[in-house]
Design a protein around this ligand. Sequence first.
Ligand code: ZN
Length: 133
Amino acid sequence: MKKIEHIGIAVKNLEVSNILYSKLFGVPPYKTETVESEHVNTSFFKIGKNKIELIEATDKNSPIARFIDKNGEGIHHIAFEVNDIKAEIKRLKHEGFKIINEVPKRGADHKLVAFLHPKSTNGVLIELCQEIK
Ligand code: ZN
């Protein structure tokens, strides 16, 4: 793994949270994007070399809606950048980690993504992401 690519925060209302986080960081989000397959709207902030993703559910079936029902708003996942997501999935599976997406899917911000099940990572939802070139 190369580095932390971003930290994902689950929010109830993206518009309200964009205003809040713009005040916090002193910059507006550099992009907002809907990911249909995940039933989410997202926005991304850049703070120096680091990125924060805010995620809002677009409907009740969204994993984010279920997360907020269970845990309330807050940190949802930590994303790590990898060079070769397929190789990394294979390696981690071999190491005994539970992979949610054995076939990487298209995520927000031009990335191929796959998640590891929090049950196999001490309760932390981990996202692997690889830049689509
Ligand atoms: Zn993410």
